[in-house]
Design a protein around this ligand. Structure first.
Ligand code: 0X9
Ligand code: ZN
Ligand code: ZN
Length: 451
C-alpha cells in the first residue's frame, strides 16, 4: 500500500505533463458513513489514520462524532480492504460517488485560444483557468476605467502575483469598504467563478440597478477572485481535489497549508493539524504563509473603513456567522443571524435552494484560525462565510451547468448583506422611494388611528 502511494507521488513529480493529472482518481469512491456509537467512531477514526484517507467531511478524524455524517474518499487500491474493515466494525455505508474520475473528467485542454478572447465574450458559466482569470482581471480594469481598478495585494509562495479588483465610483465623500475573497481553498472552483460573476454583475448594472448605484455612492467593493493562486493552479494541473496552498515543509516531504487555518485567531488549537501532510495543516506559525500575510496586511491597514468581510467557499449551502473556534456566540450574533437569514431567504427565491444559517461551530465542527473569525475579532462586525452549492451530490466537482444558477442565487444573498450594511452605516442615503414609503406608513397609521 505504502509502496503504491509512494510510486504515485514520484511519478506525479517526475512526469506531470505526460500523466496529465498527477492523480487520476480512477475507481476511487466517496462513501457516506454515519457512525452510530463511540466504538464505531473510534473504528472509523483509526481507519482514516491508518489508511491516510482523504476526509471531506469533517476534515479531521478527531471531528468524527456519533450521529454525524462522514464523507470520505477511498482510493481504488484501498477499497476492498476498507470495506472489509467497515464491515468488521458493523459500519454501514452508502456510495456517494461511484468513480471520482468520471466526475473529475479529463484534464482541461490548453487555454491559449480562450486566453485571447475579448472581455465581451468571456465565459462566466464555465470554470476558468488562472491564466484566463489573470487576463480577465486586467481586461476588467482596462475596459471599465472610472469604476474598476486592478491592484497588487502580494505574492504567493510560488511567487505569483495576487491581484484584487477595486470597484469604486469617484466621489469626494469618504467611503466604507466591503471585502470579498474567493478561492482560499483550491478545489472549491465555484468560489472564484462567483467572484468573477459578482464583478461582472456590478459593472453591467451599476447604472440601471438602483440598489447597486445607491451602494456605490457609499461603499467601495474590493474583490480578490483567487486567494490561493498556487493551489488553484495545482488543482487544474495535478490534483483536482487539492485544498491547501503549495508551500513546502519538512525538506519538501509535504506540501501546503490550509490557509483557512493559518490566521492568528486561537491558531492551531481546534479543527487544525500540526502534521504537514494533513489537509487542515495550520502552518508553522500564525500567518506563516505569504498569501495569509498579504490578506492580513491589507485588512489591518484598512480595518477602520471596512464594514463587511465576505469569504466564499463550497460546499454545504451555509451562510455562517462567527464563530468557528468556539460555540460561544459573537457580540452581535442576533443581528448577524438576522442578516444571514434575510440573505438565505433572498437566495432561495432565485432557484428554491435551501441554505442553513448559523455558526460554523454549531453547524459542523469547531475550527480555529479561519479568516472569518480573525476579521470578526479585529472589530469588523459583519463577517460571513458563504459555503455555496451543493449539498453533497457533486461536492467540490460542481458541474458547470450549475455555475449560473449558483452565481445568481449567491448574488442575491451577497447583495442583501451589502445592502443591509450600507443602510446601517449610511442611514441618510436611502433612495428616493423612502419618501413614498414613509408617507405610506404615515397614512396607514392615521387610518388605523381613525378606526
Ligand atoms: O473548514 C473550512 O475552512 C470551511 N469549510 S470548507 O469545507 N470550505 O473547508 C468553513 C470555515 C468556517 N469558518 C468559520 N465560520 N469561522
Ligand atoms: Zn493575457
Ligand atoms: Zn473552503
Amino acid at each position: 500500500m505504502y509502496i503504491l502511494l509512494w510510486n504515485a507521488g514520484i511519478l506525479g513529480i517526475l512526469t506531470p505533463q505526460v500523466l496529465g493529472w498527477g492523480i487520476q482518481y480512477d475507481g476511487d469512491q466517496v462513501l457516506r458513513i454515519i457512525p452510530e456509537n463511540v466504538k464505531q467512531v473510534q473504528c472509523l477514526q483509526e481507519m482514516c489514520q491508518s489508511w491516510m484517507l482523504d476526509l471531506w467531511k469533517p476534515l479531521q478524524p478527531e471531528d468524527i462524532t456519533v450521529g454525524n455524517v462522514v464523507h470520505v474518499r477511498i482510493p481504488s487500491t484501498a477499497l476492498q480492504p476498507m470495506k472489509q474493515d467497515l464491515l468488521h466494525c458493523s459500519l454501514s455505508f452508502e456510495i456517494l460517488i461511484d468513480n471520482v474520475k468520471h466526475l473529475v473528467g479529463p484534464k482541461p485542454k490548453g487555454t491559449e485560444q480562450r486566453h485571447k478572447r475579448s472581455l465581451a465574450s468571456y465565459n462566466y458559466t464555465k470554470y476558468n483557468s488562472m491564466e484566463e482569470i489573470y487576463h480577465w482581471i486586467s481586461q476588467m480594469s482596462e475596459s471599465n476605467q472610472g469604476l474598476v481598478t486592478q491592484h497588487f495585494l502580494g505574492t504567493t509562495y510560488e511567487l505569483r502575483p495576487m491581484h484584487y479588483l477595486k470597484i469604486s465610483l469617484q466621489s469626494n465623500k469618504s467611503k466604507k469598504i466591503v471585502w470579498i475573497d474567493c478561492g482560499i481553498h483550491a478545489r472549491e472552483w465555484i468560489a472564484p467563478a462567483f467572484c468573477q460573476w459578482f464583478v461582472k454583475e456590478i459593472v453591467q448594472k451599476h447604472k440601471s440597478d438602483p440598489k447597486i448605484s445607491k451602494i456605490l455612492q457609499n461603499i467601495d467593493i474590493y474583490v480578490l477572485p483567487v486567494l490561493n493562486v498556487d493551489g488553484y493552479i495545482y488543482s487544474w494541473t495535478h490534483e483536482r481535489l487539492w485544498r491547501k496552498s503549495r508551500s513546502q515543509h519538512e525538506n519538501g516531504t509535504c506540501y501546503g497549508v490550509d490557509l483557512n487555518r493559518n490566521f492568528n485567531i486561537k491558531w492551531c488549537t481546534l479543527g487544525s493539524s500540526t502534521n504537514c501532510s494533513s489537509n487542515s495543516f495550520c502552518g508553522s506559525s500564525p500567518a506563516s504563509e505569504p498569501e495569509t500575510k498579504a490578506v492580513v496586511n491589507f485588512i489591518e491597514k484598512n480595518k477602520s473603513d471596512m464594514i463587511c468581510y465576505l469569504t466564499i467557499h463550497s460546499y454545504s449551502q451555509f451562510i455562517l456567522t462567527a464563530y468557528g473556534y468556539t460555540t460561544e456566540l459573537p457580540r452581535n450574533y442576533n443581528e448577524t443571524i438576522k442578516v444571514a437569514r434575510m440573505a438565505a431567504s433572498e437566495l432561495k427565491k432565485k432557484h428554491g435552494i435551501d441554505y442553513s444559517v448559523g455558526t460554523f461551530s454549531k453547524l459542523l465542527y469547531e475550527a480555529s484560525g479561519t479568516s472569518q473569525d480573525w476579521v470578526h475579532d479585529l472589530g469588523i462586525d459583519f463577517s460571513f462565510t458563504l459555503e455555496l452549492r451543493d449539498n453533497g451530490t457533486h461536492k467540490f466537482i460542481l458541474p458547470e451547468d450549475q455555475i449560473r444558477p449558483t452565481c445568481e442565487e449567491t448574488m442575491a444573498a451577497v447583495m442583501t448583506i451589502i445592502d443591509y450594511v450600507d443602510d446601517k452605516y449610511f442611514p441618510n442615503s436611502a433612495p428616493v422611494v423612502s419618501f413614498f414609503f414613509w408617507s405610506k406608513v404615515f397614512v396607514t397609521y392615521t387610518v388605523l388611528q381613525m378606526m
